[in-house]
Design a protein around this ligand. Structure first.
Ligand code: MN
Length: 229
């Protein structure tokens, strides 16, 4: 069955669009029950860089698991009817709500990750984004190397990001576990997941091969440009 039809967006409760500073508006804010958004492509569309098998576990089990767990955790709490972005920001610094943050942020990160890739992606950005990359990294090749090096060097689980500050200056950051750039005042433009579940079935321990293949063949520059604004 076509997963896009199967999951669909039906049943999602929309609570306006994201109004939280730093959050690109990828998926309108969700409230209880938090839902698994449709993949923006078929589960075999990123092959051979990322196999349908990996997507099956990563999207169908891990991402879905965060959604199911969050719905259980927020039941009868103040977070139950909040847009996902609000749950992430309101729990980000709280030791008490750490588990809620981890699951909410992982839902958000994965929504953003699937959109950061495109079966026809890779290549180079154009326009304002291309100019910003040249200005802030010197060249596209220097940018690519820094993105790969920073992302690959994340110790343990986490994420590599291209992000922009409030003035539009670009930087590459890495975050551990479920952490998000928004809590550092940065707006994400693209992300690469380097939890082992993202690549181990296809690449085993060769994290750099996975990261470089995503950068060269899948990065969704239209999505990044839209996020830069
Ligand atoms: Mn993941």
């Amino acid at each position: 069955m076509d997963r896009r039809k199967f999951i669909g967006l039906t049943g999602m409760t929309l609570v306006g669009t994201a109004a939280v500073a730093g959050f690109p508006n990828i998926v309108p804010g969700q409230a209880m029950p938090f839902t698994l958004p449709a993949l923006p492509y078929a589960d075999n569309a990123l092959s051979p860089v990322i196999s349908a098998n990996t997507i099956g576990f990563h999207y169908g089990k891990h991402h879905k698991g965060y959604v199911d767990t969050l719905n259980k955790l927020v039941k009868d709490t103040q977070f139950e009817k909040m847009p996902l972005e609000d749950v992430v920001m309101k729990t980000a610094k709280s030791e008490k709500d750490k588990t809620i943050f981890n699951n909410a942020a992982q839902i958000w990160n994965h929504n953003f990750y699937w959109n950061s890739m495109n079966p026809k992606g890779g290549g180079k950005p154009t326009g304002k984004l291309a100019q910003s990359i040249e200005r802030d990294f010197g060249s596209f090749d220097a940018f690519k190397k820094q993105l790969a090096d920073t992302t690959v060097s994340q110790f343990g689980t986490g994420w590599g990001w291209l992000a922009a500050d409030k003035k539009g200056k670009l930087s590459i950051v890495k975050t551990g576990d479920a952490e998000v750039p928004m809590t550092q005042g940065l707006k994400p433009l693209l992300t690469i997941d380097v939890w082992e579940h993202a690549y181990y079935l296809d690449y085993q321990n060769k994290r750099a091969d996975y990261v470089n293949a995503v950068i060269d063949k899948l990065l969704n520059w239209e999505f990044a440009a839209k996020n830069l604004g």
